[in-house]
Design a protein around this ligand. Structure first.
Ligand SMILES: Cc1cc2nc3c(=O)[nH]c(=O)nc-3n(C[C@H](O)[C@H](O)[C@H](O)COP(=O)(O)O)c2cc1C
Length: 179
Protein backbone atom coordinates (compact mmCIF):
# COMPACT_ATOMS: atom_id res chain seq x y z
CA UNK A 1 0.00 0.00 0.00
CA UNK A 2 1.30 3.46 -0.89
CA UNK A 3 2.12 5.49 2.20
CA UNK A 4 0.87 9.04 2.69
CA UNK A 5 2.73 11.57 4.81
CA UNK A 6 0.69 14.67 5.61
CA UNK A 7 2.78 17.69 6.56
CA UNK A 8 0.29 19.86 8.44
CA UNK A 9 0.73 23.52 9.30
CA UNK A 10 -1.90 25.55 11.17
CA UNK A 11 -0.73 28.30 13.53
CA UNK A 12 -4.02 28.35 15.45
CA UNK A 13 -5.30 24.76 15.45
CA UNK A 14 -7.71 25.35 18.33
CA UNK A 15 -9.60 27.90 16.21
CA UNK A 16 -9.57 25.70 13.11
CA UNK A 17 -12.76 24.14 11.78
CA UNK A 18 -11.81 22.88 8.32
CA UNK A 19 -8.27 21.62 8.84
CA UNK A 20 -9.05 20.21 12.27
CA UNK A 21 -11.90 18.20 10.74
CA UNK A 22 -9.64 16.98 7.91
CA UNK A 23 -6.98 15.79 10.36
CA UNK A 24 -9.58 14.02 12.50
CA UNK A 25 -11.11 12.37 9.43
CA UNK A 26 -7.87 10.67 8.36
CA UNK A 27 -6.99 9.57 11.89
CA UNK A 28 -6.46 5.82 11.98
CA UNK A 29 -6.48 5.35 8.20
CA UNK A 30 -3.87 2.68 7.36
CA UNK A 31 -0.73 4.08 5.78
CA UNK A 32 -1.72 7.72 6.35
CA UNK A 33 0.30 9.71 8.89
CA UNK A 34 -0.10 13.32 10.00
CA UNK A 35 2.89 15.38 11.11
CA UNK A 36 1.84 18.61 12.82
CA UNK A 37 4.59 21.18 12.25
CA UNK A 38 3.36 23.82 14.71
CA UNK A 39 3.10 21.17 17.43
CA UNK A 40 6.54 19.74 16.63
CA UNK A 41 8.38 23.03 16.23
CA UNK A 42 6.82 25.84 18.30
CA UNK A 43 10.24 27.53 18.18
CA UNK A 44 10.39 27.21 14.35
CA UNK A 45 13.61 25.21 14.65
CA UNK A 46 12.93 22.44 12.13
CA UNK A 47 14.78 19.12 12.64
CA UNK A 48 15.87 18.64 9.03
CA UNK A 49 17.09 15.06 9.49
CA UNK A 50 13.79 14.00 11.05
CA UNK A 51 11.79 15.64 8.27
CA UNK A 52 13.92 14.07 5.53
CA UNK A 53 13.36 10.64 7.07
CA UNK A 54 9.59 11.18 7.02
CA UNK A 55 9.67 12.22 3.37
CA UNK A 56 12.00 9.41 2.32
CA UNK A 57 9.57 6.84 3.75
CA UNK A 58 6.52 8.30 1.98
CA UNK A 59 5.13 7.64 -1.49
CA UNK A 60 2.71 10.57 -1.39
CA UNK A 61 3.51 13.83 0.40
CA UNK A 62 0.60 16.10 1.32
CA UNK A 63 1.12 19.72 2.29
CA UNK A 64 -1.99 20.61 4.29
CA UNK A 65 -2.60 24.14 5.50
CA UNK A 66 -5.00 27.08 5.40
CA UNK A 67 -4.26 29.61 2.68
CA UNK A 68 -2.61 32.59 4.38
CA UNK A 69 -1.98 35.68 2.29
CA UNK A 70 -2.32 33.59 -0.89
CA UNK A 71 0.34 31.23 0.37
CA UNK A 72 1.19 29.00 3.33
CA UNK A 73 1.60 29.83 7.03
CA UNK A 74 5.18 30.82 7.87
CA UNK A 75 6.32 27.52 9.38
CA UNK A 76 5.39 25.64 6.18
CA UNK A 77 7.61 28.01 4.22
CA UNK A 78 10.40 27.56 6.77
CA UNK A 79 9.99 23.79 6.44
CA UNK A 80 10.27 23.99 2.63
CA UNK A 81 13.31 26.26 2.84
CA UNK A 82 15.17 24.05 5.32
CA UNK A 83 14.16 20.49 4.39
CA UNK A 84 14.24 20.53 0.59
CA UNK A 85 18.01 20.88 0.49
CA UNK A 86 20.05 21.15 -2.67
CA UNK A 87 21.91 17.89 -3.21
CA UNK A 88 19.11 15.99 -1.47
CA UNK A 89 15.82 17.20 -2.94
CA UNK A 90 17.13 18.86 -6.11
CA UNK A 91 20.35 19.76 -7.88
CA UNK A 92 23.34 17.50 -8.34
CA UNK A 93 22.71 14.23 -6.51
CA UNK A 94 19.37 15.53 -5.26
CA UNK A 95 17.14 12.60 -6.11
CA UNK A 96 15.54 11.71 -2.76
CA UNK A 97 12.03 12.80 -3.75
CA UNK A 98 12.01 11.75 -7.39
CA UNK A 99 8.91 9.84 -8.44
CA UNK A 100 6.97 10.64 -5.27
CA UNK A 101 3.66 12.46 -5.50
CA UNK A 102 2.89 15.86 -4.00
CA UNK A 103 -0.62 16.99 -3.08
CA UNK A 104 -1.53 20.41 -1.81
CA UNK A 105 -4.56 20.20 0.55
CA UNK A 106 -5.61 23.72 1.41
CA UNK A 107 -8.52 25.67 2.79
CA UNK A 108 -9.40 29.20 1.78
CA UNK A 109 -11.68 31.81 3.27
CA UNK A 110 -12.61 33.12 -0.16
CA UNK A 111 -15.50 31.40 -1.96
CA UNK A 112 -15.01 29.82 -5.41
CA UNK A 113 -16.20 32.96 -7.20
CA UNK A 114 -13.41 34.98 -5.59
CA UNK A 115 -10.78 32.90 -7.34
CA UNK A 116 -11.67 33.72 -10.92
CA UNK A 117 -10.50 36.30 -13.43
CA UNK A 118 -13.61 38.40 -12.65
CA UNK A 119 -13.54 37.70 -8.91
CA UNK A 120 -11.91 39.88 -6.28
CA UNK A 121 -8.75 37.77 -6.10
CA UNK A 122 -8.46 37.83 -9.90
CA UNK A 123 -6.50 34.58 -10.15
CA UNK A 124 -7.40 30.94 -9.66
CA UNK A 125 -6.23 28.78 -6.75
CA UNK A 126 -4.07 26.86 -9.25
CA UNK A 127 -2.32 30.09 -10.15
CA UNK A 128 -1.70 31.01 -6.52
CA UNK A 129 -0.26 27.53 -5.93
CA UNK A 130 2.27 27.75 -8.75
CA UNK A 131 5.27 28.23 -6.40
CA UNK A 132 4.32 24.94 -4.69
CA UNK A 133 3.79 23.22 -8.04
CA UNK A 134 7.18 24.32 -9.33
CA UNK A 135 8.84 23.31 -6.05
CA UNK A 136 7.44 19.79 -6.42
CA UNK A 137 8.43 19.55 -10.07
CA UNK A 138 11.96 20.84 -9.39
CA UNK A 139 12.28 17.98 -6.90
CA UNK A 140 11.16 15.48 -9.56
CA UNK A 141 7.79 14.92 -7.92
CA UNK A 142 4.42 14.44 -9.64
CA UNK A 143 2.21 17.41 -8.79
CA UNK A 144 -1.36 16.29 -8.22
CA UNK A 145 -4.47 18.46 -8.66
CA UNK A 146 -4.91 20.30 -5.33
CA UNK A 147 -7.61 19.29 -2.87
CA UNK A 148 -9.29 22.54 -1.91
CA UNK A 149 -11.97 23.78 0.48
CA UNK A 150 -13.24 27.23 -0.46
CA UNK A 151 -15.59 29.56 1.39
CA UNK A 152 -14.42 28.65 4.90
CA UNK A 153 -15.90 31.77 6.50
CA UNK A 154 -19.26 30.98 8.02
CA UNK A 155 -19.58 27.66 6.26
CA UNK A 156 -21.93 25.08 7.75
CA UNK A 157 -20.87 22.04 9.74
CA UNK A 158 -22.19 19.56 7.19
CA UNK A 159 -20.03 20.98 4.43
CA UNK A 160 -16.97 20.88 6.69
CA UNK A 161 -17.70 17.32 7.79
CA UNK A 162 -18.32 16.19 4.19
CA UNK A 163 -15.01 17.72 3.20
CA UNK A 164 -13.24 15.75 5.94
CA UNK A 165 -14.77 12.51 4.72
CA UNK A 166 -13.98 13.46 1.12
CA UNK A 167 -10.36 14.06 2.12
CA UNK A 168 -10.06 10.64 3.69
CA UNK A 169 -11.64 9.00 0.62
CA UNK A 170 -9.40 10.98 -1.74
CA UNK A 171 -6.21 9.94 0.06
CA UNK A 172 -7.28 6.30 0.14
CA UNK A 173 -7.99 6.47 -3.58
CA UNK A 174 -4.53 7.96 -4.23
CA UNK A 175 -3.02 5.17 -2.16
CA UNK A 176 -4.73 2.67 -4.46
CA UNK A 177 -3.50 4.42 -7.58
CA UNK A 178 0.06 4.36 -6.18
CA UNK A 179 0.21 0.57 -5.93
C1 LIG B 1 -3.37 35.55 8.43
C2 LIG B 1 -4.47 35.02 7.57
C3 LIG B 1 -4.37 35.14 6.19
C4 LIG B 1 -5.38 34.63 5.36
N1 LIG B 1 -5.22 34.75 4.00
C5 LIG B 1 -6.19 34.24 3.19
C6 LIG B 1 -6.04 34.33 1.77
O1 LIG B 1 -5.05 34.83 1.24
N2 LIG B 1 -7.04 33.83 1.00
C7 LIG B 1 -8.16 33.25 1.54
O2 LIG B 1 -9.02 32.81 0.78
N3 LIG B 1 -8.31 33.13 2.89
C8 LIG B 1 -7.35 33.61 3.71
N4 LIG B 1 -7.47 33.49 5.07
C9 LIG B 1 -8.61 32.70 5.60
C10 LIG B 1 -8.15 31.28 5.94
O3 LIG B 1 -7.61 30.63 4.79
C11 LIG B 1 -9.32 30.47 6.48
O4 LIG B 1 -9.72 31.09 7.68
C12 LIG B 1 -8.92 29.03 6.73
O5 LIG B 1 -8.59 28.38 5.53
C13 LIG B 1 -10.03 28.26 7.40
O6 LIG B 1 -9.53 26.99 7.79
P1 LIG B 1 -9.55 26.54 9.32
O7 LIG B 1 -11.00 26.42 9.74
O8 LIG B 1 -8.85 25.20 9.36
O9 LIG B 1 -8.81 27.58 10.11
C14 LIG B 1 -6.51 34.00 5.92
C15 LIG B 1 -6.61 33.91 7.32
C16 LIG B 1 -5.63 34.42 8.13
C17 LIG B 1 -5.78 34.31 9.63
Amino acid sequence: MATVQIIYAHPDPAASRVNKTMVAAVDGAPGIAVHDLYAAYPDFYVDVGREKALLAAADIVVLQHPLYWYSAPALMKEWIDRVLERGWAYGKGGTALQGKKMLSAISAGGPPGAYEAEGYNKYSIDEFLRPFERTAVLCGMDWLPPFVFQGAYGTDDTKVSDHGQGYRAHLIQLQGEGE
